[in-house]
Ligand binder design. Structure first.
Ligand SMILES: Nc1ncnc2c1ncn2[C@@H]1O[C@H](COP(=O)(O)OP(=O)(O)OP(=O)(O)O)[C@@H](O)[C@H]1O
Ligand SMILES: [Mg+2]
Length: 244
């Protein structure tokens, strides 16, 4: 479904991503895990052309992403940004409706979809729909960010710390709710997190990164049972946990 080969990206003298290759199968949830600054967001943003790689290739459904215009590409790829990225002057309804509006859905269909998604993600349509993001809690804003990414039912979702900046209890609650959302089970997902528990709870496979490179890629069991080096074991034991 998604094939990434030999991606590289520098910013000035910083090599953010050195040589990253992986594949994501349909319906998989691949988790990019690693310490702050290891290149997770940069890798994710190359997948939907928010950042252009210096070298390397990305194919989604067999097509090179460079052969599709960024706008068209992004309509088929839901994106949950780090720190939610909600538009502050748009209501919750307007935030969720961004892609359906671009797709020129009729108003009634957009309203029905908004209501459905808010319900599925544990938000109250009647209470929240006309509010602005700052009137919601951090956890509720994260839920809106996920609803927005799902709105037009894209087959692929990119999620950057979708449960970031939350206290551990809220984080666990949203993570558990997330596992129960039927629509998400059908998606091909690349999710970024620095949190080992997120990764173990949600990943089909984990891609553990350090300093712009992949250290180990495998199922949660493979990483736990056959860590390739000390860094992997120490990371999984939570030694590198940091707040983002
Ligand atoms: N636009 C930019 N300009 C300059 N340097 C950048 C830019 N974006 C990222 N970097 C650098 O590239 C490296 C990787 O950044 P990236 O945002 O991919 O890390 P990350 O793994 O997502 O970290 P975090 O967990 O803190 O979000 C860092 O050293 C960062 O400072
Ligand atoms: Mg990041």
């Amino acid at each position: 479904m998604i094939e990434v080969s030999h991606l590289r990206k520098s910013f000035g003298n910083t090599v953010a991503v050195k040589d990253i290759s992986f594949e994501v199968n349909t319906g998989e949830n691949l988790i990019l895990l690693g310490t702050s600054g290891c290149g997770k967001t940069t890798t994710l943003r190359m997948l939907n052309r928010l950042i252009m790689p210096e070298s390397g290739n990305i194919r989604i459904n067999g097509r090179d992403v460079r052969s599709v215009s960024p706008e068209k590409l992004r309509r088929g790829i839901g994106y949950v940004m780090q720190q939610t990225g909600l538009f502050p002057h748009y209501t919750i309804a307007e935030n969720i409706a961004i892609v359906p509006k671009l797709e020129k859905w009729p108003g009634e269909k957009i309203n029905a979809r908004t209501r459905e998604l808010m319900h599925k993600l544990g938000l109250s349509y009647d209470t929240h729909v006309h509010m602005f993001p700052h009137e919601l809690s951090g956890g509720q804003q994260q839920r809106v960010g996920i609803a927005r990414a799902l709105a037009a039912d894209p087959p692929v979702l990119l999620m950057d710390e979708p449960f970031g900046a939350l206290d551990p209890i809220t984080r666990q609650k949203i993570r558990n709710d997330f596992k129960e959302v039927d629509e998400l089970k059908r998606k091909t997902i690349v999710m970024v997190t620095h949190d080992v528990q997120d990764a173990f709870a949600l990943a089909t496979r984990i891609c553990l990164m350090d300093k712009g490179a992949i250290v180990q890629l495998g199922t949660p069991e493979e990483l736990r049972e056959k860590p390739v080096n000390d860094f992997v074991s120490r990371f999984l034991q939570g030694e590198y946990n940091h707040a983002t």
